[in-house]
Design a protein around this ligand. Structure first.
Ligand SMILES: Nc1nc2c(ncn2[C@@H]2O[C@H](COP(=O)(O)OP(=O)(O)OP(=O)(O)O)[C@@H](O)[C@H]2O)c(=O)[nH]1
Ligand SMILES: [Mg+2]
Length: 397
């Protein structure tokens, strides 16, 4: 049986931990008369935290276990013993997760940056033990407070993949082949429509280590905005892309006309979201190793007024420039042209561009390294030592 492996929206129930109750006890010891109150405080309940992690790319685990319950705080006890605090429940979600309240539709959080943490249910505070209530006129108090209540709510999580560029095209146009050619991703490639069923993100790395994330989504067909084929729901994964890459099968496989493909695609994405056609776009003419594609190329330019980047994603083909009928093609051609055009559109920063030129580096010849310099010496920037948690919250004497 084929199981589901990709889930991009899910409803979960989150519940934080209840705070532990404060204790009302008295010191009882041989030879100690009127030992006084010694009830300790309860520990606070655990929080439920959503944390963006690049190690997960779907909500599959939340789909099978949507109950996210943090631990309760432990009650205080005699001898001024504090209850242990409840453990936080930290749940990893993919970057690009949008958290909303399913009843009101209001946005709770947009978790974008890897490592970003959002507390979605706060643990109840611990109660006070009776030691807090002693005074000169009340030397044997039995007052104590219960732990704070837990928070429970339903949340709707939706994933809108974050990528710099999104590939858009008919099934079989070669989107996955293009992603496989430019990145280390290994999407499934086959000659039947709808090979790709879930979005896949690959990273293009340039020689100067600038990176561009490219998302490959399932193909769309005419009528997709009305639900034909796989529909348009997965197009939400392109909504956050800065650049859209139209991948056109210039060979017109499956008796299609490339210029009609281009028009249909623009029309369908406009029907999905009016904003998408205004996005920066690149048009790629794929399968140029086929003679029919080279014949179609010029007609495509005439019909649509767009000059595409001529490409061939199939490995082991000869250089496109070597084809006699492409010698006089003055538009962009080849994989390098595509990489350059995408770079010009996305404008990724290379890692060294964030740092000042060597001449402006802070002086590190003295005995002490200035704080400014430490910022760049990432290998030296050790995490500050963790503060020891100290149990005393109240003034218990
Ligand atoms: N001749 C030739 N064939 C290609 C080229 N690029 C892709 N193909 C073939 O086209 C077919 C479809 O390629 P895919 O990359 O799976 O297409 P896709 O757009 O991802 O398709 P879906 O995932 O079904 O939407 C495969 O059989 C590829 O081998 C190319 O440049 N030249
Ligand atoms: Mg594919």
């Amino acid at each position: 049986m084929k199981t589901r492996t990709f889930i991009d929206q899910v409803d979960v129930i989150v519940r934080s931990g209840k705070g532990g109750d404060g204790a009302a006890t008295f010191r009882r010891e041989a030879l100690v008369q009127f030992g006084g109150p010694d009830g300790g405080d309860g520990g606070r309940g655990g929080d439920v935290v959503l944390r963006a992690s690049t190690h997960v790319d779907s909500f599959i685990s939340l789909y099978f276990d949507p109950h996210l319950f943090a631990e309760d705080g432990v009650a205080g006890s005699g001898r001024k013993c504090f209850g242990r605090r409840g453990k936080d429940l930290v749940v990893d979600v993919p970057p690009g997760t949008i958290v909303t309240d399913p009843d009101t539709g209001l946005l709770v959080a947009d978790i974008v940056e890897p490592g970003q943490r959002v507390v979605v249910a706060k643990g109840g505070a611990g109660g006070f033990g009776n030691v807090h209530f002693k005074s000169a006129v009340n030397q044997a108090p039995t007052e104590h407070t219960p732990g704070g209540p837990a928070e429970e709510r339903r949340l709707h999580l939706e994933l809108k993949t974050i990528a710099d560029a999104g590939l858009l095209g008919f099934p079989n146009a070669g989107k996955s082949s293009l992603l496989a050619a430019v990145s280390a991703a290994t999407p499934k490639i086959a000659s039947y429509p709808f090979t790709t069923l879930n979005p896949i993100v690959g990273t293009m790395v340039y020689p100067d280590f600038a990176k561009i994330r490219v998302a490959d989504v399932p193909g769309i067909i005419e009528g997709a905005s009305r639900g034909v084929g796989l529909g348009m729901a997965f197009l939400k994964h392109l909504e956050r892309s800065r650049v859209l890459v139209y991948v056109i099968d210039m060979a017109g496989t499956d008796a299609r006309a490339p210029w009609d493909d281009y028009r249909t695609l623009s029309h369908e994405i406009a029907a999905y979201n009016m904003e998408l056609p205004e996005r920066l776009a690149l048009v790629v003419a794929n399968k140029m190793d086929k003679a029919v594609a080279r014949r179609n190329l010029r007609r495509f330019v005439r019909e649509t007024g767009v000059t595409p980047i001529a490409l061939c994603c199939e490995a082991g083909q000869k250089e496109l420039r070597d084809y006699a009928d492409l010698r006089d093609w003055d538009g962009p051609i080849g994989m390098d042209a595509f990489r350059d055009a995408l770079r010009a559109a996305v404008k990724p920063k290379a890692p060294h561009e964030d740092k000042p030129p060597l001449g402006q580096m802070p002086d590190t010849t003295g005995a002490e390294i200035p704080a400014e310099a430490m910022r760049f010496a990432t290998f030296l920037a050790l995490d500050p030592p963790k503060k020891k948690s100290h149990p005393s919250r109240g003034n218990i004497h």
